[in-house]
Design a protein around this ligand. Structure first.
Ligand SMILES: NC(=O)c1ccc[n+]([C@@H]2O[C@H](COP(=O)([O-])OP(=O)(O)OC[C@H]3O[C@@H](n4cnc5c(N)ncnc54)[C@H](OP(=O)(O)O)[C@@H]3O)[C@@H](O)[C@H]2O)c1
Length: 262
């Protein structure tokens, strides 16, 4: 068990905390895991891509360890949580950053896309949270669940409606968790457009068309964030130690609005 409790200098605000970051092989989850580790936490990380996950663990040093799993495979998730909690020596916090989005207009979105989007973005979060709950209740710190949501909730971007609907469902999961477990802190992190590989799998031509449409309609009015600045805000929110209260907390991390290009 490696958490660096009790021997961390001032400023390492998460000293002694034991954190599981789900969706940490790249992007916001990866940055959050490494930022939490720099802040003194022991961090277990999970995702499907073993090579990228191992590379993140290597970058994080001895207090970050990789436990690969696919969040849509409940048995694999159960084994991953067991192994991660055993290595951490308990669990205070889970950050659910796993997510996927398929660019597809409603009219031609097949049922499989709806199903896989909800399996990753919602059901995975519910399964992980349920498995973590017994550990979170027993922790030294108030158990904390962080759900990475999106500013597209309430403003679904054309072509990404299944994604926005899944994030709205994720938010409702958070409200339910907070209501059923008033001793937990449950945070909905509303993230704006961030420079990650999230859209890497999209067809280039369809993405180009969608980008022009979003630009024209004002969806792209906010500065694009870097994953490290999102991660720093998440770590700051974890260090806050807000008392739990049976309600969903909201942390909004959206770039400032920019004037339209001349
Ligand atoms: N980038 C943005 O503009 C933006 C804006 C708002 C919200 N968000 C949210 O931020 C979160 C992180 O996204 P990102 O932008 O950092 O993109 P990303 O780099 O693609 O990260 C997505 C992460 O989810 C993991 N993941 C996906 N499917 C999984 C599965 N079945 N099992 C386990 N892990 C899985 C991926 O790992 P593997 O592929 O290795 O499994 C990866 O680590 C997502 O929830 C996304 O919805 C992003």
């Amino acid at each position: 068990v490696n958490p660096p409790a009790g021997r961390t200098p001032a400023g390492r605000t998460l000293a002694g905390r034991r954190i599981l970051v789900v969706g940490a092989s790249s992007g916001i989850g990866r940055s959050t895991a490494l930022a939490a580790s720099r802040a003194g936490a022991g961090v277990a990380i999970t995702a499907r891509r073993r090579g990228d996950l191992d590379a993140a663990a290597l970058d994080g040093g001895p207090h970050v360890r990789a436990f690969p799993a696919d969040v849509t495979d409940a048995d694999a998730v159960s084994a991953m949580v067991d192994d991660a909690v055993a290595w951490l020596g308990g669990l205070d916090t889970v950050v659910y950053a796993a997510g996927k989005a398929t660019l597809s207009p409603l009219e031609t979105t097949p049922a499989e896309v709806w199903q896989s989007t909800f399996a990753t973005n919602v059901t995975g979060a519910a399964v992980v949270s349920a498995l973590c709950l017994p550990h979170l209740r027993d922790g030294t710190y108030p158990g904390t669940v962080v759900l990475v949501s999106s500013h597209s909730v309430g403003e679904p971007w054309p072509g990404l409606v299944a994604y926005a609907a899944s994030k709205a469902a994720l938010d409702e999961l958070g409200r339910g968790l907070a209501g059923e477990h008033p001793t937990l802190r449950v945070l909905r992190v509303v993230v704006g457009n961030t420079a990650t590989g999230f859209a890497d799998g999209w067809d280039a031509e369809a993405a180009g068309t969608a980008l022009s449409r979003w630009f024209e309609a004002g969806y792209l009015r906010h500065r694009v964030l870097e994953p490290d600045e999102v991660a720093d805000r998440i770590v700051a929110a974890l260090a806050d130690r807000e008392p739990p209260g049976g309600r969903l907390e909201e942390v909004r991390i959206v770039g400032e609005e920019q004037p339209p290009a001349p």
